[in-house]
Ligand binder design. Structure first.
Ligand code: ADP
Ligand code: MG
Length: 297
């Protein structure tokens, strides 16, 4: 297991930014950490990299307890922070040499990394002279210098133009071949392009954790149904083939069924058996976009 998070809760003063978060990531996976702004993505990543501590819970990276041994854990983590603090007055090579010294990495690693992240044509410039896409490559180069097994990338493509976006995505995909990657984003296409699993977080809670293959295979259907009265969860649970459910408003439910069968008739029968009337009924194909909308609205 490359990453293990157990029961993490984080408070900023009285605001709960993360509520009892748990997940594990296998070695070599590329996982998209998706959620709207303010969902808690950066907070989770700062905890994983040992920059801030949770109020409750435990985090392990490569079997190392991040809270007990942050320095050892950081040796196997490459971290691209959301607001990457780069020294704009420094030359690219000078900055990477400075970082290499911090990580005690041999200087010859620098030219390899510059080449790997595609910085070569701009490597003679000052960081402040680079476009956002190349600055992001400097951030990625820094994250890769000490050849970490785990990469934690906080919104690596935010602010890039469409060409840079494609290039950086391709680079992340390439890196994912031999590293474990946790990548935060609020762009669904990004997850579809590079990830093999998605974790969706909303208001500090995990609301979806699925393999992309599961989502793509699309044997699931979600029915959004509004009844005329409130109904208890214990009754909803009796519906056949029900995989998950969510009560959005008092009388509206998102019911996800793991079957190819059209479940609308069953929902209708269910309403009748329970003395309810259906005021609205919609089916959603379960692709990532719908999942995101259903679970973060
Ligand atoms: P995301 O990265 O998903 O946009 P964040 O983890 O940055 O979300 O933030 C989660 C919540 O915690 C937000 O409501 C944000 O305003 C709050 N928050 C983040 N950092 C701090 C901080 N240092 N002090 C107080 N509140 C914070
Ligand atoms: Mg963030």
């Amino acid at each position: 297991m490359s990453i293990k998070v157990v029961g993490v809760t984080k408070l900023y003063d009285s605001q709960k930014a993360l509520h009892n978060i748990s997940f594990s990531i296998d070695k070599g996976s590329v996982v998209g950490f998706l959620g709207p702004n303010g969902a808690g993505k950066s907070t989770m990543m700062k905890i994983l990299t040992g920059y801030i501590e949770p109020n409750e819970g435990a985090v392990c990276v490569n079997g190392i307890d991040v809270l007990e041994n942050p320095i050892d854990a950081q040796r196997c983590i490459g971290y691209l922070p959301e607001h990457n603090p780069l020294y704009t007055e420094m030359y690219v090579k000078e900055y990477l040499q400075f970082q290499a010294a911090i990580y005690k990495v041999h200087k010859k690693a620098i030219s390899e990394i510059i080449d790997r992240v595609g910085l070569t044509p701009e490597s003679h410039k000052k960081i402040g002279q680079l476009s956002k896409g190349y600055m992001q490559r400097v951030g990625l180069a820094t994250a890769l210098l000490h050849n970490p097994e785990v990469l934690i990338l906080d919104e690596p493509t935010t602010g890039l133009d469409p060409n840079q976006l494609i290039e950086i995505r391709a680079l992340i995909k390439e890196l994912g071949k031999d590293k474990t990657v946790l990548l935060s984003t609020h762009i669904m296409q990004e997850v579809e392009a590079v990830c093999d699993r998605v974790i969706i977080i909303n208001k500090g809670k995990i609301v979806v954790d699925k393999l992309m293959n599961e989502i793509r295979s699309n044997h699931n259907q979600t029915i959004e149904v509004t009844f005329d009265y409130k109904i208890e969860e214990q009754f909803i649970k009796k519906l056949p083939n029900l995989e998950s459910y969510k009560n959005n408003y008092d009388t509206t439910w998102f019911l996800t069924f793991a079957t190819d069968k059209d479940m609308r008739a069953d929902v209708f029968d269910f309403a009748q058996e329970n003395g309810l009337k259906i005021l609205g009924l919609n089916t959603h194909n379960q692709n990532l976009e719908n999942l995101f909308r259903d679970y973060t609205n």
